[in-house]
Design a protein around this ligand. Structure first.
Ligand SMILES: C[S@@+](CC[C@H](N)C(=O)[O-])C[C@H]1O[C@@H](n2cnc3c(N)ncnc32)[C@H](O)[C@@H]1O
Length: 291
């Protein structure tokens, strides 16, 4: 049987519909474009292009993997974030668009200040390195430290940093949060920590539950354990007036605000909503010693 792009997409969209995928046609196009090493526009330009045996085999294997709910980013080995392409493997969380809000808030803060020395930034729990790399790219004068407990995640992050030509300004450190050699206090600490409640595991989509690394997802029984650990440690590692930027999960805003208030070392925090209107980022400035 001869397959064209068009007939392949029809078959693929039907297969993905059977699997309950929300956007079967769109994902079919993305997977076929990946299998052909082409763009989605190329598929539209030439819908009657005949597919070669090896192209069919590869593209079909992609569709079958997606049928079993493997995330598209792992199938293709890459994901776009902040308009840049990042290598991803099952060792790292697939970067989410919500996390761009964290970076936007951080960059907005940098524009309101001037720095007399290279800005020192910490990305705690770097995963694919997306936050650290965007920060380094957007702020060419900055120095970034990127920490993760997973050596395999750090290897991916470092590879991404080389591709985006910022590896010379990012220090990758393996460690359990702040229990590692951090060298310097920071002007800003950014973190998208694991924040899902452990007992919600079974209710997660199979794409997440069965494929993404558990240690990137779960934040203890109430989802707050990383915030509890990060708040006091970040305070110790921030320069005076330095700011902590945290991504938070749905419904966690009041709990995290209480943790910050109870700590006492930060000014009144600011909360930023994501494009869906959910509270997504909390930023808190460290108080000076004299208040
Ligand atoms: C939610 S993911 C965030 C990844 C990436 N920064 C992003 O925004 O897409 C959390 C990351 O924290 C790392 N992590 C988990 N526990 C950690 C710990 N105790 N110390 C350092 N990193 C940790 C995980 O390996 C994972 O890469």
């Amino acid at each position: 049987m001869t397959w064209t792009s068009q007939s392949f997409l029809k078959w693929s969209a039907e297969r993905l519909t059977q699997a309950g995928i929300e956007s079967p046609r769109l994902e079919s196009e993305v997977l076929l474009a990946g299998g052909l090493r082409a763009s989605r526009e190329d598929l539209y330009r030439d819908p009657d292009r005949e597919l070669q045996e090896d192209e069919i085999a590869l593209s079909k294997s992609f569709v079958e993997r997606r049928f079993f709910r493997e995330p598209v980013a792992y199938i293709l080995g890459r994901r776009e974030f902040w308009g840049m392409e990042f290598e991803v493997t099952p060792d790292v969380l697939v970067p989410r668009w919500e996390t761009e809000i964290l970076i936007e808030q951080f960059l907005q803060w940098t524009r309101s200040r001037s720095f007399s020395e290279p800005m020192q930034i910490l990305d705690m729990g770097t995963g694919s390195g997306n936050i650290a790399i965007v920060a380094a790219k957007e702020l060419p004068q900055s120095r970034v430290t990127a920490v993760d407990i997973s050596p395999s995640a750090l290897a991916i992050a470092e590879a991404n940093a080389w591709v985006h030509e910022v590896a010379d300004r990012i220090r990758f450190v393996e460690g359990d949060l702040f229990a590692c050699d951090l060298e310097t206090p920071f002007h800003a600490i950014l973190s998208n920590p694991p924040y899902i409640e452990e007992d919600r595991k079974e209710s997660l989509m199979p794409d997440v539950k069965n494929y993404e690394p558990g240690r990137a997802l779960f934040g203890g029984p109430d989802g707050l354990s990383y915030y509890q650990r990060i708040l006091p440690e970040a305070w110790r590692h921030l320069k005076e007036n330095g700011v902590l930027f945290l991504e938070i999960g749905n419904g966690q805003v009041n709990d995290v605000l209480s943790l910050i208030k109870n700590h006492g070392g930060y000014h009144e925090p600011e909360v930023t909503l994501d494009y869906m209107g959910m509270e997504r980022v909390i930023s808190a400035r460290k108080k000076n010693q004299n208040g």
